[in-house]
Design a protein around this ligand. Structure first.
Ligand code: PMP
Length: 418
């Protein structure tokens, strides 16, 4: 189909844009991919540094994963979890092995939003409480419940969607505080305005204080769950002070709530040094939600929790037609078979990229800071947005050099034009 025809369809609003997107000159029409590369309808090749929002974990059309999917397509697509089939049982066990005790009970969904919805439901059933606390700047999904959890202003509808959801301050080792700062008052956020040295703002007290105030006022004895991404993804690769999650988890548990790690972006080796983002914080959540990288772009999500919490969820009420379908489970299982090298690569190429980007930060004042871990990287363009880098984890050092050269040139051009 021609590009004009594709554009017509969009202009006719048959398939409208549902979010703000800025293209450089013209829309890009992608119709093919292989590992870290994408091709448009004209055959032009692109290095993919976004992986469909940190989703294509082990590369577009990864040959081993594709082969598994093809085999499964010929064997069985769907039955529902009413039946026992090997792909789901085997994958559940394989996934559970990757989580520490007592996180051993797996429920399947089709997306991150669904996983978070299910987690809220289970937390409420288990605790008998209703309120949920999330962090400012967070993104937890687009379903009616998940938009309530989400606090990121770019993704809020102008309707009340957040019954029982409360947001607390998001600490940030780089900027002090999302949407303000203990280091400065200006809403313009650059690391150079912070009195702490880059990446070392470990002040925890005021965030814990705000949380305590919430418990004393807004959510006394009613908390069901505290939700946090171990590194904020959509929020802009925001990292927390060393003990923040540890202290917060303790406080939430004292108040009767459970702690949920949203690993939709940070899971499956993306942060390099750990398979799960929460492992970098020295905490053990009561529940972990995941999606995106789990099946390399095939729609899938999961919630993993403890046997005790699972028991309160009971039997016989919850049903999800597609959750844990044989195709998704076969693909996800194959992703785990190729993941090891990718996780190492996340550390190696991610660290290299961050080191080189930090040099650019020191040279060009429009780069406020460079943050993240592994291949979950944020480059803050001062007074504007965060440039997010989360490529397929098979990206090479040569690819990183190519990106760095293009990015440097773009920054240079911008500086000259000002
Ligand atoms: N949690 C996080 C941290 C996410 O980044 C996203 C998606 N960007 C979601 C949940 C929602 O996932 P999905 O789009 O698959 O519903």
């Amino acid at each position: 189909m021609s590009k004009d025809r594709l554009l017509d369809i969009r202009k006719n609003n048959c398939n409208p844009m549902t979010m703000k997107v800025t293209y450089y000159k013209k829309p890009v029409f992608i119709n093919q991919g292989y590992m870290q590369w994408l091709w448009d309808v004209d055959g032009r090749r692109y290095l993919d540094l976004f992986a469909g929002v940190a989703t294509v974990s082990v590369g577009h059309c990864n040959p081993r994963v594709t082969e598994t999917a093809e085999k499964q397509l010929r064997r069985l697509w769907h039955t529902t979890a009413i039946y026992v089939y090997p792909q789901m049982q085997e994958y559940a066990e394989k996934l559970a092995c990757l989580l520490p005790d007592p996180l051993k009970v797996v429920y399947f969904t089709n997306s991150g939003s669904e996983a978070n919805d299910l987690a809220v439901l289970m937390a409420r059933l288990y605790t008998g409480n209703f309120d949920v606390i999330t962090l400012r700047g967070s993104y937890h999904g687009g379903s009616p419940q998940a938009t309530g959890l989400t606090s990121n202003a770019d993704y809020k509808y102008p309707i009340p969607s957040s019954m029982g959801c409360h947001n607390t301050m998001c600490p940030d080792v780089f900027r002090g505080l999302w949407g303000g700062s203990h280091c400065r008052d200006s809403p313009v956020q650059t690391i150079r305005e912070c009195s702490c040295s880059p990446g070392h703002c470990q002040a925890n007290d005021m965030y814990i204080r705000e949380l305590k105030e919430m418990f004393a006022t807004t959510v006394p004895n009613r908390i069901a769950a505290f939700f946090a991404e171990p590194i904020q993804g959509v929020g802009g690769a925001v990292q927390f002070p060393k003990n923040y999650l540890k202290d917060t988890y303790q406080l939430v548990r004292e108040k009767g709530g459970i702690c949920i790690a949203d690993e939709v972006q940070t899971g499956f080796g993306r942060t390099g040094s750990h398979f799960w983002g929460f492992q970098g914080h020295n905490v053990l959540p009561d529940m972990v939600t995941m999606a995106k990288g789990i099946a390399n772009g095939f729609p899938m999500g999961a919630v993993v929790t403890t046997a005790e919490i699972a028991r309160s969820f009971g039997k016989g009420v919850h049903f999800n037609t597609f959750g844990g379908n044989p195709l998704a489970c076969a693909v996800a299982s194959s992703v785990l078979d190729v993941k090891d090298k990718m996780q190492e690569n996340s550390t190696e190429v991610g660290t290299y990229m961050m080191t080189e980007l930090a040099k650019l930060r020191d040279k060009y004042e429009i780069i406020g800071d460079v943050r993240g871990k592994g291949l979950q990287i944020g480059v803050e363009m001062v007074k504007d947005k965060t440039f997010r880098i989360k490529p397929p984890m098979c990206i090479t050092k040569d690819d990183a050099d190519f990106f760095l050269a293009v990015f440097t040139q773009a920054v240079q051009n911008y500086m000259e034009r000002r």
